[in-house]
Each structure stands twice: as structure tokens, then as C-alpha cells.
Design a protein around this ligand. Sequence first.
Ligand SMILES: Cc1cc2nc3c(=O)[nH]c(=O)nc-3n(C[C@H](O)[C@H](O)[C@H](O)COP(=O)(O)O)c2cc1C
Ligand code: SF4
Length: 438
Amino acid sequence: MEKVLTKNIRDNREPMWIAEYEKAGGYEAFKKALQEFKPTEVADLVKSAGLRGRGGAGFPTGVKWSFMPRFEERPEQRPAHVYLVVNADEMEPGTFKDRLLMEGDPHQLIEAMAIASYAIGADIAYVFIRGEYTECQRKLQRAIDEAAEKGYLGEDILGSGFNLKMHLHMSAGRYICGEESALLSALEGRRAVPRHKPPFPAASGLFGQPTTVNNVETICNVPHIINHGADWYKGLGLHKDGGTKIFGASGHISRPGLVELPLGTKLSDVLDHFGGVRHGHRLKALLPGGGSTPLLTDEHLNTPMDYEGVGAVGSRLGTATMVVMDETTPIVGVLKNLEHFYAQESCGWCTPCRDGLPWVERILTNLEAGHGHPGDIELLDLHVKLLGPGKTFCAHAPGAMGPLESGLKYFRDELAALIPDDQDTLGLTQPANAVSNS
Ligand SMILES: Cc1cc2nc3c(=O)[nH]c(=O)nc-3n(C[C@H](O)[C@H](O)[C@H](O)COP(=O)(O)O)c2cc1C
Ligand code: SF4
């Protein structure tokens, strides 16, 4: 299959620096965009290609760009700055795909950001990058410096009148910094707590100015859409959604790593690319797209791995980086570890998330240790409802409930079997008529 995003990436991840990147056709898409397209035409092309966000939610990128206010016809009303922010926080458990793109082909990201900035009218672009990704930072900074020296960044780029500055910002290392509005707060030097929406970032984002936030992998698709067109891009997918995807696998898999495949590739085929479940074992469950995506099991092996396909079986494609578990894995341990992470990473703003997640973690810890109480499974069900979509300020808590809800659905008996039956804790097992008011 045709490699698109990873075609320049070598096994040792030593990137093409600018001369080699240009020789391989790099920056041609940016030149073409500046010379042949108006900004809105770039956005329209991305919209017709059907590119969807690769950061987890799958929102259509061209549609997001179309929300940005336009100042071409009224330059006097242009605000001080318009921003593009690339989300490279990448702290979702199990997710390590953006790192490959930044380490292996930093110029692809810079060219893509330059085109995206042109499309939305941004004059300043940030990469908000995970603090631990020091190798990515070093390579991206060198590539930004090279691009600026070559005149692809700066003032009046290639005589087009378009200006763009690009900066790296190292994240403080909290999962919530990846939530786009918390990310903007962090970038402003404030505490990383999510903001109320509306206003959406396109209306009032970084420093109150129009802003678009996109994921690294999302943006990296853009030069290829410019070079080859919307129909080519749509044709890359095998099912409903167009394009390719970087799939990842970790856990009980023979060859953990990353591979670029068409969107819509069947789950069993994706697993085959990683050598399948580790030798001698069978699949018990997997998180299809990172730690906040509901579990799938071996009954879902025929699922087309794209937004629609995974959605149709009750989960989410998320970041498409799977965590694989074989039949030796106690599901209670998986859920406890995930909920421990989410409880620690709550920003503390709203009560169901701040107080509910530690409760969930404690119940699972007790179950794992054999100290569960009758009623624990029902208490977990209740938390799934109380922390679900719409009950909290941002998607952190509902995301944390994704694996738990699916764990209760597919592995209820396994979890219930952990509760010792000789306990009568808190009187919960007493029949109602045994409680006397006298
Ligand atoms: C708690 C939380 C953490 C997130 N972390 C990331 C992240 O590390 N990287 C990312 O691209 N998106 C992350 N997102 C999604 C972003 O809020 C946003 O939807 C995304 O960056 C938009 O880019 P896209 O449309 O290109 O996917 C996170 C969302 C939540 C709720
Ligand atoms: S859901 Fe959690 S992380 Fe999101 S705002 Fe509320 S407390 Fe913060």
C-alpha cells in the first residue's frame, strides 16, 4: 500500500534535513498553495478530502477551519494575531504516533503547518509539545531554523505577502494539557484547566484571538492533499473514511510498534501487521485507540478500523494506537491502572471527576485485592452514569468511563467473581425486611 505520512521516515528515524527534503519534493505543496490557491480554497480542498482530526475526536478538519473569521476583504479589522496551535501533547495512555512524525520527518510537519496557517490566515503557529519529547524538540527546532533560513517562514514568504512565525512550547506534562482549551490556558502561562465553550477557539482562542487547534498527524496530511487532490485522498481509505492512518500496537502483541495503513483496514489485518497476539495466546480485549476508548474483544475482529466502523461497534477510533491484552490478563488490573491514571490527571475543577474517579479507583483496587463488597459492581455502574457525557465540564471524565463501561459490559462476571461471597459488608446483602426501625 502507498505510504503517505511515513514515506520519508527511515528505520533509524534520522530525518531528511532541508536539502534532502526539498529534493524529495518537500515544500512544493506549500509553494503550490501560495501560488495557485486562495486561503479559503485550501480550506475547501481539505473539506472535500474529508480529512478528520487524528487527535481523538475525529472532527472534520476543513469544517473546523471554515469556522475561522476571514479578514481578506476587511484587513483593517484583522486582530493583532491569528494563531494555529498544533497539539503534540500526546499523553493518552498507549499513544506514541505523533512522536514518530516529529522525530522522523519534522519538515513534513513544518510544511503542513505553513499551509494550514495560510489556509486559516494565521500569522503565528505554535507546536505545543510533550515535555518528555526532547528528541522531537531538538529535531523540530533545527527544522524550524532551516525553514526560516530558506525563507519558508518569516515575512513576505516567497514574495506572496504571507507572514508566519513558528515556535515550540514545551508542555508541563499533564494529560489535561492535551484538551484543547486547557492547552490554550497553559500556553498563556495559566493553570491548565479547560475553558467554557462557547466561545470556541475560532472566535476567542489563544490570548482571546482567533485560533485553530489541530493534532500533529491531522496536519501532516495537508501537503499530500494539496499535491494529489481530494479524490486521491478519499480513495486511500478502504471503507467510509478517506486517507491513511498511523496505527500503533503495544501490550501483548508480537511486534509492538507503528504502521501506516489505509483507514478502514479490518482489525484482524491491522493486528497481523504487528505479528498478531503474542505467541501461544489469544486475544482477550483491546483498547482500540488509546486509554479512553471503550474495549473491543475478539468478537470485533472484522471491524473496519475507521471512525464509522469502530463507532458502529460501540467504541471510538481515538488515536488508533491499540493496547492489546491476551487471555492471561485480569481485566480488573487493566481498569484499575487506567482509572488510577485518570484520577491522578483530573484537573480538579468539577466534583464528579475530582471525587468520583478516586472512588472508582478505590473500588477497583479493593476488587483486585479480594476485598470487594457486595454492591460494588452496581456502584461502578452508577459512576459510569454520574461521570458520563454531559455530566462534567470537559471530556476527561467521560473518557475515563469509556473503558470501565465496556469492561462492565464484556467482563461483568469476571469482575463480580472477585467479590468474596462470605462477606456481609455494611449490611448490603441483608434483605430489606431484615432492617428494623425499632
Ligand atoms: C483530556 C484530553 C486530552 C487530550 N489530549 C490530546 C493530545 O494529547 N493530543 C491531541 O491531539 N488531542 C488531544 N485531545 C483532543 C483535543 O482536545 C482536540 O480535540 C484535538 O487536539 C483537535 O485536533 P484534531 O481536530 O486535529 O484531532 C485531548 C482531549 C481531552 C479531553
Ligand atoms: S472533567 Fe475533570 S479534567 Fe475535565 S474540567 Fe472537570 S475536573 Fe477538570
